[in-house]
Design a protein. Structure first.
Lengths: 252, 252
DNA sequence: TCACGCTCGTGAATGCCGTTTACAGTTATG
DNA sequence: CATAACTGTAAACGGCATTCACGAGCGTGA
């Protein structure tokens, strides 16, 4: 009845706190399994064992194994986004921010290949079923990180891009919905050609990171970082700022 | 006892033929499961049911589910390579061949996303264990398709590439083993810079195809083909033959 | 022709899995 | 303090991969 109990939301009851804590323990155990067994190797009974419960008890916290993995996915997207945001100062030069965002992305992917696999290689596994709202939201946050970084680069210093009528008609058509959304919501003055450049860059960054994380580069080189850095350097040229690329600080 | 029975190998006994036929039926059933359930959704018992056998019977043909999937993987690599070779005339202009190889690759990936997932997205699933010999061999054939196509382009008309001392030292170091192998075996006169360009191109092609197949492009565009075609066009410029890119024949 | 061995298939059994159900103990609340 | 909500358990179900012991059929050499 004290005065400070009036806002209902910020005062979770004791049980709620314990419940949330247990949920986190469960997700942590699930992640440990993900790390050692890969996506698909997360087992409900094993998670329960690790956390000191019987299997049916987990159903008090997650309605199914699948939803547990989904919750873990959301957490991992958030972790990845947090790491990326923590690595790139928003106030920095826009391209420097993009550079640091991308490097943090690559670093996280290399350090957590199985988590990366869960986030980015599952679609073929789960093809045909649309993702959960929460999942979609989490991956949107990730996408927006890159998009807003690109928009900042463009707003700070537009660079030459193909004119609207130089873009392939097929691409123009396919890109229209996204482009109108962009213009209406976040980047009023971005031409179609810039959107194309954004996607090109995103494909190169993601492709480089994903191939490395999935081991599709190791036949030619043991470490994909130099290739990644070169991609970033060539992207600096693409956005008309060849000087903006700076090599990474030497790692320890 | 006839004269034609002398070579032991080319005359498989009747049993051997039946056995092989059953093996193929099993792999076909496994593939059907792969298509409908995705990698990881291939179940031994379900395969057995589909082929009209009990589960233990499959162990007469494959020592485990895992090895069945591996055999299927090898088959799929071969099918992909056959399709690609069938789509690209070896005698054609070297870049045209690369173009057709890449398009066939993309086409196959789009038409068989689950098979593509099994071939190219499993490493995170099976991270830490080196592939079977047969698997390695099959994926080597795939890699060599692209490599030899690139070598043909280079041999036909070398193009400007970064000089050896312009390549990042880190990349030079990592690339050395592969480069010396290339020079020793298939491309005696290929400079380091050309190897770098090859990998760049490969990363862009694969990245574009993989992202599309995994649905990581659909948030921006429903169909990744125009983006893929643009990548191919820009690769034509990269190899100094901007004229060599020709748009695809209109699809039906 | 017959008997032997090899191949291929089966049913039963083991131990794991995800999930459901019924039940008991604990905790918060009127 | 009684009542309801919450959190855990044991038992059970069906499905899974895998192993084993067994039998039926084929191919071959005496």
């Amino acid at each position: 009845m004290g005065a400070q109990t009036s806002p209902a939301l910020p005062v979770p009851t004791r049980r709620q706190r314990l419940r949330e804590q247990t949920q986190n323990e469960i997700k942590a155990a699930a992640r440990a399994q993900l790390v050692s067994n890969g996506p698909g190797g997360v087992q409900l009974r094993a998670v329960a064992r690790d956390v000191g419960l019987t299997a049916p008890a987990l159903y008090r916290y997650f309605p199914s194994l699948e939803e547990l993995v989904e919750a873990l996915t959301v957490d991992l997207f958030d972790e990845l986004c947090d790491v990326m945001e923590g690595a790139a100062a928003p106030a920095a030069d826009p391209f420097a921010r993009m550079l640091e965002l991308s490097r943090a992305f690559r670093r996280w992917a290399m350090q957590h290949p199985h988590e990366f696999g869960l986030l980015f290689a599952s679609p073929p596994t789960a093809l045909g079923q649309q993702p959960t709202n929460a999942c979609q939201q989490a991956s949107d946050r990730f996408g927006n990180l890159f998009a807003s970084a690109f928009i900042a680069i463009w707003d700070a210093a537009p660079f030459p891009v193909p004119a609207d009528d130089e873009v392939e008609p097929a691409m123009t058509a396919g890109l229209m919905p996204y482009r109108t959304w962009l213009v209406a919501n976040v980047a009023p003055d971005m031409p179609l050609g810039a959107v194309v450049r954004f996607l090109e860059g995103w494909v190169r960054i993601f492709g480089c990171v994903a191939m490395d994380a999935f081991g599709h580069l190791s036949w030619a080189m043991p470490d994909g970082e130099p290739m990644f850095e070169q991609v970033m350097s060539s992207l600096a040229e693409m956005v008309g700022r060849p000087d903006a690329y700076v090599p990474p600080k030497a790692s320890v």
